[in-house]
Design a protein. Structure first.
Lengths: 275, 337
């Protein structure tokens, strides 16, 4: 047997392999991080350490569906365990999409159905930002909003209301309570949503939501919408129980069941023979 | 009265005599009667308290005060108290009265026989006689001039109403067929009235409401929303190879499609666009249109596809209409054929 035979690997060869691997990885990360050009300057700066931490997390948690190089896995591939899995490519989705999907608990997805629903996030805040930095390092994409982006102090509440009713209310209901879409899907309630998640959802268009980028709904208008949503969330219900704030359907249902029920109970009492 | 019914009545009366009047506890036990009396008085008393409580709440509770109720959530305290107080005030008077009637007032059963609906023969004859006498004395038959002019006057009476009905017109003529869109009409966003460049709309993007640029001036001049109701469109962008068919050949601009925003069923404005499936859903009656396939109806009560507006860009790079709508927008109408 020759010295290069794989069956008789020498300890020094293993060490050399590890070294070469490490150097290669480091080089790749350096190249990747130098490629990273954030959608808006100054918002997506990430340290190489963060990106490499993200790479590790990505490989463990995301690569089975989205591919080792973020290229995505089509639904009809030879994925016997889960033939329905359709992991879209993450190249160019940006840090905003990752932050939205991961920190609202939609990703990693728990069960495949008509719609991926929000839940508890499986990652800490730091891990989420590492993942976001890693994905953003591949190609430019929408950035995570900064504190200034989300500062609604100067936003116009009235304009936000108009914009909300024009762009959002058709799916998410006029009081941001969500509503049904076709084929078993639905637009979720925005009530529990954080301002940064609302911003990111508009920017990236998760699942069936259309994309409202900065040219169709500009950042000032986004701030106005966020301010308006916060204002309707904070409003109390002077008229009594909100009943889901969905309008006449739940109110009518309550009246027809509880209201008429009480009237029937009264008339039964009226007609019963006294003892 | 026929033999039959009187026989039944007799039977019923016999039956009634068999019924024994069951005495209530309050009839036999004076202490029970006293207790019932107290209960009624307590209800009336509570009603008084509720009415006073209403005034106290109205004066004392701040309009903005709210209260957290389990399950229901946070609601306005003032309205809750006012509603409860006035509701109880009224309800307890009624409940007290019923309790009083059921427990303490006399509950003897009596039979009150139904009276015959017809008047007796004598009265009927009298009415006929009176009518004939009136006709005679008025001279309605004797004076044909009066009779005929009266009939003619009554015949002409409805004519003014018919003339008024004419004012419900004129017929809409071509108004239902035409919108403001012309060749070269610039497309602007609703609210901001900003013109739109194709690069403004991302893949999977939606402009939920867009209008012709000249709408604003026309709307101010006419003071109505009629033109907006017809001309509103939505813009969506998909990858050009995702478009399976179009109503107008090359009606898109680099994958940007423009469709009427008005549902062809009953005219609701639609913008529930699902960017993955390219379906547009009308919230009113769930008509669903496939925007990647000529805007055809794939579900729901709508009978017609959503009209497409062919678009292109002008010299300055803004999106414009290539031509007007090729079919009427909005719900079907009588003259549409």
């Amino acid at each position: 047997m020759s010295a290069g035979s794989p069956r008789r690997r020498r300890p020094i060869a293993a060490a050399a392999l590890v070294t070469v691997g490490l150097v290669l990885m480091g080089g790749l990360y350096a190249a990747a991080s130098s490629l990273a050009s954030p959608a808006r300057a100054g918002t997506n700066e990430a340290s190489p350490e963060l990106i490499s931490q993200g790479a590790q997390l990505y490989k463990e948690g995301c690569s089975s569906c989205h591919g080792l190089n973020l290229e995505g896995v089509p639904a009809d591939s030879a994925n016997k365990a889960n033939p329905k899995v359709n992991g879209p490519t993450l190249i160019g989705v940006g840090a905003a999409a990752v932050d939205f999907q991961v920190s609202t608990g939609r990703m990693p997805v728990g069960a495949y159905g008509k719609q991926v629903v929000a839940g508890r996030s499986s990652y800490t805040e730091e891990e989420t930002s590492a993942l976001a930095a890693y994905v953003a390092s591949f190609a430019p994409g929408p950035a995570i909003p900064s504190k200034e982006d989300l500062d609604t102090t100067d936003a116009s509440l009235a304009e936000g209301g108009e914009l909300f009713r024009t762009n959002c209310s058709q799916c998410h209901n006029f009081a941001a309570q969500g509503g049904a879409l076709s084929d078993g899907t639905f637009a979720p309630s925005i009530d529990p949503s954080q301002p940064n998640h609302i911003w990111e959802a508009m920017l990236t268009g998760p699942q069936n939501m259309p994309v409202f980028n900065d040219t169709t709904v500009n950042p000032d208008e986004k701030r106005a919408i966020i301010k308006y949503i916060a204002s309707i969330k904070a409003e109390s219900n002077p008229g009594g129980a909100p009943l889901g704030r969905v309008g006449p359907v739940s109110e009518g249902l309550l009246l027809w069941t509880l209201g008429l029920g009480a009237l029937i109970a009264c008339s039964v009492w009226l007609g019963a023979k006294a003892k | 009265m026929s033999q039959d019914t009187s026989g039944e009545l007799e039977k019923a009366q016999e039956h009634e005599h068999e019924l024994e009047h069951v005495l209530r506890r309050t009839d036999t036990n004076p202490r029970a009667a006293q207790r019932a009396e107290r209960q009624v008085a307590i209800m009336f008393g509570l009603s008084m308290l509720a009415s006073i409580g209403f005034v106290a709440a109205y004066v004392g509770i701040s309009k903005t005060a709210s209260i957290d109720i389990p399950i229901i959530g946070s609601i306005g305290l003032l309205n809750l108290t006012l509603g409860l107080a006035s509701g109880l005030g009224l309800f307890l008077i009624g409940a007290g009265a019923i309790h009083w009637a059921r427990q303490l007032m006399s509950d003897e059963e009596i039979i009150d026989e139904r009276k015959s609906f017809a008047a007796d023969d004598q009265t009927r004859a009298q009415v006929v006689e009176d009518f004939q006498q009136g006709a005679e004395e008025s001279g309605f038959m004797k004076r044909p001039l009066i009779r005929r002019t009266l009939l003619a006057a009554m015949a002409l009476m409805p004519i003014p109403a018919i003339v008024l009905l004419r004012d419900l017109g004129p017929l809409p003529e071509t108004k239902s067929r035409n919108t403001l869109w012309r060749s070269g009409s610039r497309i602007v966003q609703d609210i901001s009235y900003k013109p739109i460049r194709p690069e403004d709309i991302p893949l999977g993007g939606l402009v939920a409401s867009a209008l012709p640029a000249d709408l604003k001036a026309i709307e101010e001049e006419q003071g109505t929303l009629n033109e907006r109701a017809k001309a509103s469109i939505i813009l969506v962008r998909m990858a050009p190879d995702e478009i399976r068919s179009q109503q107008i050949q090359d009606g898109d601009y680099q994958g940007i499609l423009a469709f009427s925003k008005i549902c062809t069923h009953l005219g609701c404005p639609i913008a529930l666009y699902q960017q993955r499936t390219k379906h547009l859903l009308c919230p009113c009656h769930q008509s669903t249109f496939d925007l990647a396939d000529s805007g055809n109806v794939i579900f729901g009560p709508s009978a017609r596809r959503l009209p497409q507006l062919a678009i292109t860009v002008d010299g300055q790079g803004y999106l414009v209409a290539k031509e007007g709508f090729q079919e009427p927008v909005g719900p079907s109408f009588w003259e549409r054929g």
